[in-house]
Design a protein around this ligand. Sequence first.
Ligand code: ATP
Ligand code: MG
Length: 226
Amino acid sequence: MSEAVIHLQGVVKTFEQGRLRALDGVDLDIEAGDFVAIMGPSGCGKSTLLNTIASLDSIDAGELRVAGHDLRAEHHLDNFRAQEIGLVFQLDNLLPSFTARENVETAMFGSSKSRSERKAAAMELLEFVGMGDRQHARPAELSGGERQRVAVARALANRPPILLADEPTGRLDSQTSERVLDLLESLHHEAGTTLVVVTHDPRVAARAHHTVQMLDGKVTSEQFTH
Ligand SMILES: Nc1ncnc2c1ncn2[C@@H]1O[C@H](COP(=O)(O)OP(=O)(O)OP(=O)(O)O)[C@@H](O)[C@H]1O
Ligand SMILES: [Mg+2]
């Protein structure tokens, strides 16, 4: 068995001064190149799990290792995030006053790329997600599926080995969902990206190789299909 790229053991995350245990002892190992679907009812801790893996939230107890970094000890979380993690949230998290291309460029502000290199890289990513001809459009001028494809392009800007997506198809019609899923799947195949997708959608789960069921802040079952 290859080593887990994401390792959680006994992870506890509380809110409300400890009264609310959003994660209540989560054990989970995800291997490099895996395609994982996280499922479970509203409020069971799925987004909290994703946010802790992305180091956007700190944990209260347990072990959390991502891509060789012990996140409880890591002092350079911004660097870690920029190098290892791409994040796709639900719709409408693009910056409204920026064009599609500028939105993708924002992800590269911290990198060593020059302005023209950022522009060229953003253009290439927009072409990859089929949005090259809409580079100058602002989010309000794009459909929900188009916005989500720009969000995927932005998440990929720094070629992250790990892509985390929180209900990426949540508010899309079924045809548009399929396109976004095809895109995620092609990434997984072509770049070997480790894909962790929170979803309520059984069609997304059907494409995954590893399904994780959560309930009340715990992982209750896992299924592997290869
Ligand atoms: N910043 C926060 N402050 C306080 N409580 C929070 C915070 N974030 C999440 N919670 C609580 O933690 C629990 C888990 O929330 P989480 O967002 O992880 O659920 P979820 O599984 O993603 O649900 P959904 O499917 O509705 O998105 C919920 O009870 C929620 O109210
Ligand atoms: Mg959620």
